[in-house]
Design a protein around this ligand. Sequence first.
Ligand SMILES: C[C@@](CO)(OP(=O)(O)O)[C@H](O)COP(=O)(O)OP(=O)(O)OC[C@H]1O[C@@H](n2ccc(N)nc2=O)[C@H](O)[C@@H]1O
Ligand SMILES: Nc1ncnc2c1ncn2[C@@H]1O[C@H](COP(=O)(O)OP(=O)(O)O)[C@@H](O)[C@H]1O
Length: 285
Amino acid sequence: MIKAPAKINLTLDVLAKRPDGYHEIEMVMTTIDLADRLTIYPREEDKITLDCNVSYLPLDERNHVYQAARLVKERFGIKRGVHIYIDKQIPIAAGLAGGSSDAAATIKGLNRLWNLNMSMAEMAELGSHIGSDVSFCVYGGTALARGRGEKIEPLPCLPPCWVILAKPPIGVSTAEVYGALRVEELKERRKSSEMIAAIRQGDFVGVCRALNNHLEAVTLKMHPQVRQIKERMYRFGADGVLMSGSGPTVFALTEHESRMNRVYNGLRGFCKEVYAVRILGENNG
Ligand SMILES: C[C@@](CO)(OP(=O)(O)O)[C@H](O)COP(=O)(O)OP(=O)(O)OC[C@H]1O[C@@H](n2ccc(N)nc2=O)[C@H](O)[C@@H]1O
Ligand SMILES: Nc1ncnc2c1ncn2[C@@H]1O[C@H](COP(=O)(O)OP(=O)(O)O)[C@@H](O)[C@H]1O
């Protein structure tokens, strides 16, 4: 069994729109203890098959797990197959990179199963062909991602804290959110350098102060309930609050367990999907 953890964006600074349609970004991300679980079964027949505990995911070539397995097979000319069971726990289209993390876990799992001896950097490069967030998910832990998200620089672990996540019952398309962004109109300044400094100093208050997501205003405009969740988290005592990725999931950080409980209980009843988890440890880089 391989764990595929979700990520949150502590920063997402958009620098420019690129001619290839992607955006040049800088983001500090960290993995959290909310994870899908993948089980890989080898099969002699040269075929990739998937199964899953939920009915709303495609089990064919549209699934990132299928794409990852096909890519590894093609890259190494492997003529054997696999059956992969996905135990889905991460909400989908939520800004938590569930699909990207599943793809990264598949690459890592097949690297081991077929003794391919790929390094972290090689697996991250392979993953970048599936999606911009897959490279980060290969490393996990805390890291700075640049380029369109595929250039990874590992960072030290965050100071210990709690993460409370609330996901409103809407799915958000990443492409749509980036598409609606006007880079020249961005008002919030970039904060990734400030975030990195706070992490290096183990400064939790500094981490909360440096939270920034340039996509937040776009998604807030499309889905006003995201703002209501943010306000409620602050009201119940969160130390820092931000939307993750393209949303709509919002997370709160708290240093103390008692505050975590207040925020968690304050959000339940208001929002159906609420989680309280820890940050995961060091990355594997
Ligand atoms: C916003 C972020 C932040 O971590 O995550 P999510 O909200 O999806 O979790 C990422 O940048 C998303 O990464 P990922 O979901 O892998 O995106 P991709 O599949 O590569 O791209 C989907 C679409 O988003 C847009 N896109 C993505 C990355 C980027 N740097 N600039 C872009 O403009 C492009 O229109 C692209 O066609
Ligand atoms: N294994 C997978 N898990 C989740 N979503 C997947 C997977 N494979 C393909 N997808 C598709 O990818 C899209 C975004 O998935 P996800 O990674 O959960 O969101 P986000 O990019 O917001 O973090 C969804 O529309 C979903 O159908």
